[in-house]
Write a protein that binds this ligand. Structure first.
Ligand code: VAH
Length: 323
């Protein structure tokens, strides 16, 4: 991973991964790409940036060649709730983008990472302590693209020898860039509202357990997996990983340890609730722990403390900048 092309660099994962890799390996170690340009954005300003629509394979190839990258980290995709609103676009973007990125990796002999998700599981999957290898029959378009993506990445490894690797991310919680259109977004929104209004109206019903992870652990996981010796890996696409499983009342209780009068209300969104109900409650991460030493550092309270501190500072600075 000396020089990496990242797609979707302005997204929730991309923005933090780009900055972290540049910090560790230098500004030119990441060619950050996204379909849009945002003036003054830290990710864009901190090193090479190029506009890239991932459905344009020719341009992806030109950029990979121009910068002589050795790795592609392909993050551009529609998340679950948006994909349910626009299923045809989700298929075209998520699968079209992935196959283009895999083709570029195959032709140029590049290492490859793309995330799968707990969305790759469905109502028939064992919901508690979901095994690494199990039934995957998702009922969302997002899930369909994620399972297809896992299979396609395995195929490119087996058939063409492309060094493909991936994880099944749970809901990711972070303060730098907000997620766009996922089902687990409630667990990010809640912190913003807790700081601003001491109250949050959840679109996910009480009692709905989902796996979650704090962004620093997610970034560590990508870097660790990409550095693992190939001989250690029995699985490749994609490893179950998670750091915690909670339902809305539990994250509210964690916030109350720091903001005692925080109030939780509910106005359940049937579309996102149905998606959440089709996903596991908690994953078994044994294979990731054994094969490449996956070892998350944040539990719910440690994450809540850090989120509230960092987000409070961020919101203060935003206000200062705007005035
Ligand atoms: C979503 N955060 O909600 C994403 C996801 C774990 C789920 O991949 O769509």
């Amino acid at each position: 991973m000396k020089r990496v092309l990242i797609t979707g660099c302005l997204g929730q994962i991309g923005s933090e991964l780009t900055l972290r890799l540049r910090e560790e390996n230098g500004r030119d170690s990441v060619i950050a790409t996204d379909i849009r340009h945002v003036a003054g954005n830290e990710v864009i300003e901190s090193g090479p940036f190029e506009i890239l629509d991932v459905t344009n394979k020719a341009r992806m190839m030109v950029l990979a060649r121009k910068y002589e990258v050795d790795t592609i980290i392909h993050l551009a995709a529609l998340l679950s709730a948006v994909a349910e609103e626009k299923p045809q676009l989700a298929w075209d973007l998520n699968m079209g983008g992935l196959v283009n990125a895999l083709e570029v990796a195959r032709e140029l002999d590049l290492k490859f990472f793309t995330p799968s998700s707990i969305g790759s599981f469905g109502p028939g999957t064992p919901a508690v302590n979901t095994p690494q290898d199990t039934l995957q029959r998702p009922t969302t378009m997002y899930g369909v693209t994620k399972v297809s993506g896992e299979l396609l990445c395995d195929y490119y490894y087996q058939k063409f020898g492309v060094d493909t690797r991936g994880v099944r991310f749970p809901g990711l919680i972070s303060y730098k860039t907000e997620p766009g259109g996922g089902t687990t977004d409630y667990a990010v929104d809640i912190y913003y509202e807790a700081i601003k209004h001491k109250s949050y109206t959840s679109f996910i019903a009480p009692g709905t357990y989902m796996d979650m992870m704090y962004m620093p652990d997610a970034i560590d996981a990508i870097i660790k997996l990409m550095k693992a010796e190939p001989s250690q890996l029995v699985h490749r696409n994609a490893f179950n990983i998670t750091a915690m499983s909670f339902e809305p009342e539990q994250i509210a209780a964690s916030i109350r340890k720091f903001i005692p009068d925080f109030e939780m209300k509910y106005d359940v969104d049937p579309v996102r609730q149905q998606i959440a109900d089709s996903w596991p409650d908690s994953l078994d991460t044994t294979c990731a722990r054994n094969e490449w030493d996956f070892n998350p550092q944040y539990d719910l309270d440690k994450m809540t403390k850090d989120m509230l501190e960092k987000l409070t500072n961020k919101l203060k600075n935003d206000t200062v900048v705007r005035h």
